[in-house]
Ligand binder design. Structure first.
Ligand code: SF4
Length: 427
């Protein structure tokens, strides 16, 4: 959207209050995301009422999910724009500026596969997300995403590679592969080993150093993919594998194909193929029917698996999902207790893992240098924005700052920890 807007000749402001038109790109898959989006919309409408801005346009998943009803939820929205209309955003802005009527630009079922070349990045430039598909063919009983984003459509390989080449030539050294389920890549096009083949091609890019794979559906991780990652020089040994739960009855009710034994074997297999692997996962607590015994089983598994990072969500009964209608809904207080207990256990694991790294040598990618010349970066086991990071200092005096610039790789030694973060010294 940013590239479309800029190419149409509009100036893009990073400060909403100085703009004529505010476009809010929303998330809306669970209640807290929806609440956050609505809050941003209300704030923009308030600015409009006080005369600071002229028009408020709402785009993305929330309009796709709520449709015209959004006009009733916040009075003062000028246009709502569904996912299929993304590439028309500049034309929509022009029309909105000249039109007094609230207007909806919606396709009920988004089928477009977007060409994402010529992007305007809001990430630092030395790393970028590379979306390889749209939509999802799974039907997890708690999830609204297939309804919002439609069926899985792989982006053609040549488009992905062309976009990657553009990003690398613009300075990206790390590409982060994203999709609703990255392992599904190519299956809709009847391509075997689609993700393994794609990342093997990406690896040939000379300027690229790290490829990071996010959102790997556990049942989609096969031997070929493991072998490809294990042997690769550039695919980092970091995998994000959302398991959601481990109790067989809950997994079945979630419409997930895995069993606890299969998840256990997968983790063992990955650790065997890549002893240095860092793993992130996502878990839902308080799914309908989750008893204290089921939760204890989940907790035991998390203690056994020793994930490097873990995101935990409370179950939200989202309208339109199968799980929202299930019996055995868990009280909010119990969900909150379980979330806290799980995260406290994970904190112990993460802190112990950090302590174990003291004295080890890590290659770090420098992400930022602030006004005090304090540098922050990441080793391969840390994804930007969601994981912990490395705080970098030069050897010797604590006041001596690291001289590396964002986007550079440096050799470091871990000298300490600060909560979830690592303190590293350039060597
Ligand atoms: S795989 Fe992910 S996006 Fe797809 S239905 Fe399940 S939770 Fe939703």
């Amino acid at each position: 959207m940013l590239a479309e807007i800029a190419q149409a000749g509009f100036l893009i402001s990073s400060e909403p209050d100085t703009a004529d038109v505010v476009v809010i790109n929303t998330c809306g898959f669970i209640a807290p995301a929806k609440a956050e989006s609505l809050e941003a919309i209300k704030h923009a409408v308030d600015r409009k009422c006080s005369g600071d801005i002229k028009k408020v346009i709402v785009a993305g998943c929330l309009p796709q999910r709520e449709g015209q009803q959004l006009f009733g939820q916040v009075d003062g929205i000028d246009a709502v724009v569904g996912l299929g209309q993304r590439d028309n955003i500049a034309r929509i802005i022009k029309k909105t500026l000249s039109c007094g009527q609230p207007t909806a630009y919606l396709d009920r079922s988004p089928q477009a596969i977007h060409d994402d070349r010529t992007r305007l990045l809001i990430t630092p430039g030395h790393w970028a997300y590379l979306r390889i598909s749209e939509g999802c063919n799974h039907r997890c009983s708690f999830c609204t995403i297939p309804v919002i984003r439609g069926r899985f459509r792989s982006k053609p390989r040549e488009l992905v590679l062309a976009e990657a080449a553009e990003l690398v030539s613009a300075g990206a050294v790390e590409l982060i592969i994203i999709a609703q389920d990255s392992t599904y890549y190519g299956r809709d096009l009847k391509i075997r080993n689609g993700l393994a083949g794609l990342v093997s091609e990406l690896e040939k890019s000379a300027g690229l150093s790290w490829i990071r794979l996010m959102y790997l559906y556990p049942a989609g991780i096969d031997d070929k993919l493991i072998e490809t990652i294990a042997e690769s020089e550039k695919i980092v040994h970091y995998l994000d594998i959302p398991i959601q739960h481990v109790n067989n009855k809950i997994l079945k009710a979630m419409h997930r194909p895995d069993t606890k034994d299969q998840l256990r074997r997968l983790i063992e297999k990955l650790r065997c193929a890549m002893p240095d692997i860092a793993m992130r996962t996502t878990i839902i607590v308080g799914f309908p029917g989750e008893s204290d015994r089921h939760f204890a089983e989940l907790l035991d598994f998390v203690k056994w698996a020793q994930f490097d990072a873990l995101g935990c969500f409370k179950f939200y009964a989202e309208s339109g999902t199968v799980a929202a209608q299930m019996t055995g809904q868990v009280p909010e207080k119990v969900k909150q207790q379980r979330l806290q207990e799980l995260m406290l256990n994970q904190q112990k694991i993460a802190f112990a893992k950090n302590k174990n790294r003291i004295g080890s040598k890590l290659t770090c990618l420098v992400d930022s240098v602030d006004s005090n010349r304090l540098s922050r970066g990441r080793f391969y086991g840390q994804a930007p924005h969601i994981d912990s990071l490395c705080i970098i200092k030069s050897r010797g005096l604590p006041t001596e700052k690291c001289s590396a610039k964002p986007g550079e790789f440096i050799n470091t030694k871990v000298v300490g920890t600060k909560d979830y973060d690592l303190l590293v010294e350039q060597i």
